[in-house]
Design a protein around this ligand. Sequence first.
Ligand code: DON
Length: 312
Amino acid sequence: MSFNNTQLQRLADEALNTGKACNGGANADYIPFLASVPSDLCAVSISCCDGTIIHSGDYDYCFALESISKVCSMSLAMQQKGAEQVREKIGAEPTGLPFNSVMALTVHQDKPLTPLVNAGAMSTVSFLDASDKESRWQMILDFQRKMMSQNVKLSNDVNTSEQETNFHNRAIAWLLYAAGNCFSDPMDACEVYTRQCSTLVSCDDLATLGGTLANGGINPVTKEKVIDPENVAPILAEMTMEGMYDYSGDWAFLVGLPSKSGVGGGVVAIVPGKMAIAGFSPPLDEAGNSVRAMAMIRYIANNLNLSVYSPS
Ligand code: DON
């Protein structure tokens, strides 16, 4: 199936209306900053492999990347160590439990199972080749910028809000360390992980992150080769299994696209070889996924029959 930009713009506008009509969910409030973001913000952006970006709504409002940053660090770890090392050391299984679950660690001998939950993301950060905390952080920020744009920047407000309240993640980092699954100082890993969650991106940036994966590892806007093609399928497989947390199975059933959500309200879905669709709106469901972003992505994916499991 081929798409033209007029058709995609019409679908983006319709998707925005569909999203705005969804009233469920609530802003994340365990991070004080996120509770203060206006709940009615709503945007959808499509990044096509030719570099075109189609968008509707508040597409240039910048929001916290949060857990979607886990995709960038996982990709960077695969670039440095190879995909198989990431699978072996961290994992490629769904946990079937919330993104910050200690029980998931307990029942799996403190192995995080996937780079896409908090435990696995801190383990991934600690696994990167870096001599100290600041160089570990800088390489992650650089990689986020390569996958998205140079506009990506750390928000001191978000970061401070998270660093002052991340006691649960600190406990997880120590559990990982005790079991030999944190490969740097655990508090450094937790602090850098918290910073990577605290960068601000627009919905267009988020679509470009997905576009880089849809386009075989080449950023469709800058044309820079960011990820080796052999790492793209393992990244998308990890996203399929855990990208939407304990809603990942339903999401595969209903939409059929490797995706990732963040508690800042962003969701990005990849259509390999074609495009990426990003949605943003702060209210979340119980699993921590943006209600409106999911509705908008689902609207476009279903209309264009984009599921990777679809025979046509
Ligand atoms: O560590 C946390 O809890 C947050 N910085 C990120 C969690 C998150 O985005 C989960 N995604 N839906």
